[in-house]
Design a protein around this ligand. Structure first.
Ligand code: AMP
Ligand code: ZN
Length: 113
């Protein structure tokens, strides 16, 4: 999608700090980290968010979580991290290309704000 900031990051048109990439997904450091580890894991194929997901998206949604688990192991934050999809404007979603937040490396409060 030509006007999507995350599609531009995947295409290398906007710089990012890449932490992982495979044929289906791309992961990079959040520019405004909310915790010592704050990584965004995105599908290379554009879709806007969980609220538009269909059965065809089951594999990529699972894949993003497995990438998060791998990065959580690598960052040694397995004693407490969170994976989050913000879905829709009321949740705080600002970028409408599906992205899984991996947040950890500090104590995390519950419930979230
Ligand atoms: P959300 O609020 O769930 O839509 O999350 C969007 C996230 O993207 C925020 O945490 C932003 O800090 C992050 N973000 C926006 N632009 C960039 C960028 N160019 N590089 C890295 N992270 C970004
Ligand atoms: Zn996109």
């Amino acid at each position: 999608m030509s006007d999507c900031i995350f599609c531009k990051i995947i295409a290398g048109q906007i710089p990012s700090k890449k932490v992982y990439e495979d044929e289906l997904s791309y992961a990079f450091e959040d520019i405004n980290p909310a915790a010592p580890t704050h990584i965004l894991i995105i599908p290379k194929r554009h879709f806007s968010g969980l609220n538009t997901a269909t059965a065809e998206d089951a594999a990529i949604i699972g894949h993003l979580h497995l990438v998060a688990a791998k990065l959580g192991r690598e960052r040694k934050i397995e004693d407490g991290y969170r994976t989050v999809f913000n879905v829709g404007p009321r949740s705080g979603q600002t970028v409408f290309h599906l992205h899984l937040h991996l947040v950890g490396g500090r104590d995390l409060a519950w419930p979230p704000g």
